[in-house]
Design a protein around this ligand. Structure first.
Ligand SMILES: Nc1nc2c(ncn2[C@@H]2O[C@H](COP(=O)(O)OP(=O)(O)OP(=O)(O)O)[C@@H](O)[C@H]2O)c(=O)[nH]1
Ligand SMILES: [Mg+2]
Length: 384
């Protein structure tokens, strides 16, 4: 979809095509696997011996690994644990079958084929059981070891970063990441330059670090997976703060598409996030209005700020105003900051506000968690 759009939109700019061949797809954020627990060993009816349990298959978060490693380490992606040992006259209790542990990077969530979540592996060492080994043979199962459980599973990587950039293509997200961190993302004057998420780390004077994820541009219909929207939207799920990066001059995907002013792009992004997952609009958010250095920005800035402040005026896209109204859960921005990512204007303020908002939010979360723990403890005391 994205590929096609770019070819149609920029037929003449062949010199800066995407990287050749597989390189474009080298970022793998989803792998499908098949896992089967080992069968239980046979029991020994004569001596009452019990067969060993079959091995289990786990997925575990580890360091120094990517989903690409997982994908390339095994062509068929079938993970089968070892069978339990049969009970023998000399060793009545059969040994347990060999476990298989599939190592994945932190940030992976594991679902079954029906997209039911089995586990979120956010921290190194956490693991989830995907296929259980069968029971060993004993009297109740007539000494026959049971088969292990089996199934197909998806390992889906959701980026973990403190801040996620949300914006239309060409808004200046990558330029911003480059300006505030040491990352060197690709920047160009055409939409969909960023085709995979990239995380940069912003370091403050006191060495505090905050990670920021530059995400590919979203478009109208991203929530329905237009332009691979789901692949990109899911990466904002785990961020603590959304940073809307908006081109104050608006956006037009191509001459065939409608022009959207800055205010409209904010509303469309709001809607896309909400329709993808309504919890997303409850995340703390900051609005950065970019490209204030370009001529005409002052007037546009003033107009946009007025529109944002005048909540009764929802001048959305004419075509789907009703739909938007129906779904709208407006994001309330913690702050609105005019910036020029290219020339560094407003970036110090942006950086310090990002930090403050994260800290405020984190403090709040911790207090609630502390309270819950505290209450849990009290409850326990009551019960005991
Ligand atoms: N004048 C001006 N140009 C900017 C500013 N920020 C970004 N640009 C330009 O806008 C164009 C797009 O910038 P990118 O950083 O690639 O935009 P992006 O949001 O990452 O775009 P995608 O990756 O396609 O989603 C580039 O030509 C940048 O140089 C700014 O503050 N002022
Ligand atoms: Mg980009």
């Amino acid at each position: 979809m994205v590929l096609l759009t770019r070819f149609l939109l920029f037929p003449n700019k062949t010199t800066r095509r995407f990287p050749a061949g597989n390189k474009r797809h080298s970022f793998i954020d989803q792998v499908r696997i098949y896992a089967r627990g080992g069968g239980g060993g046979q029991g020994h009816p004569k001596f009452g011996g019990i067969g060993g349990k079959g091995g289990d298959v786990y997925v575990q978060a580890s360091t120094g690994i990517t989903l690409k490693n997982v994908k390339s380490s095994k062509r068929d992606q079938r993970y089968i644990a070892g069978p339990g040992d049969n009970s023998k006259a000399r060793i009545l209790q059969g040994g347990k079958g060999r476990d298989v542990v599939i190592k994945v990077p932190p940030g992976v969530c594991v679902t079954d084929d029906n997209n039911r979540l089995l586990g979120d592996l956010n921290n190194v060492g956490e693991k989830v059981l995907v296929a259980r080994g069968g029971e060993g043979g004993y009297e109740k199962n007539l000494w026959n070891g049971a088969k292990g459980s089996r199934g197909s599973f998806k390992l889906i990587l959701k980026l973990i970063a403190d801040v996620g950039f949300v914006g239309f293509p060409n808004a200046g997200k990558s330029t911003l990441l480059k300006a505030v961190s040491r990352t060197e993302p690709k920047i160009a004057d055409y939409p969909f330059t960023t085709i995979r998420p990239q995380v940069g780390v912003v370091e403050y004077a006191d060495k505090r670090q905050i990670s920021m994820a530059d995400l590919p541009g979203l478009i109208e219909g991203s929530h329905q997976n237009m332009g691979m929207g789901h692949r990109f939207l899911r990466h904002v799920e785990r961020t603590k703060l959304l940073l809307f990066v908006i081109d104050i001059h608006g956006f037009q995907l191509s001459p065939r598409h409608a022009y959207r002013n800055a205010y409209q792009t904010i509303n469309i992004l709001n809607k896309e996030l909400e329709l993808y997952k309504s919890e997303l609009v409850e995340k703390p958010a900051i609005l950065a209005l970019n490209k204030v250095d370009v001529e005409g920005a002052d007037k546009l800035l003033q107009e946009t700020l007025e529109l944002i402040q005048d909540k009764s005026l929802h001048s959305l896209t004419e075509k789907d105003t009703e739909e938007n109204e129906e779904h709208r859960l407006p994001i309330s921005f913690e702050d609105i900051i005019p910036i020029s990512a290219k020339h560094g204007e407003g970036l110090d303020r942006l950086k310090s506000r990002v930090r403050e908002v994260i800290d405020e939010h984190y403090e709040k979360e911790r207090t609630i968690q502390d309270l819950e723990v505290e209450m849990g403890r009290r409850k326990n005391i009551g019960v005991v």
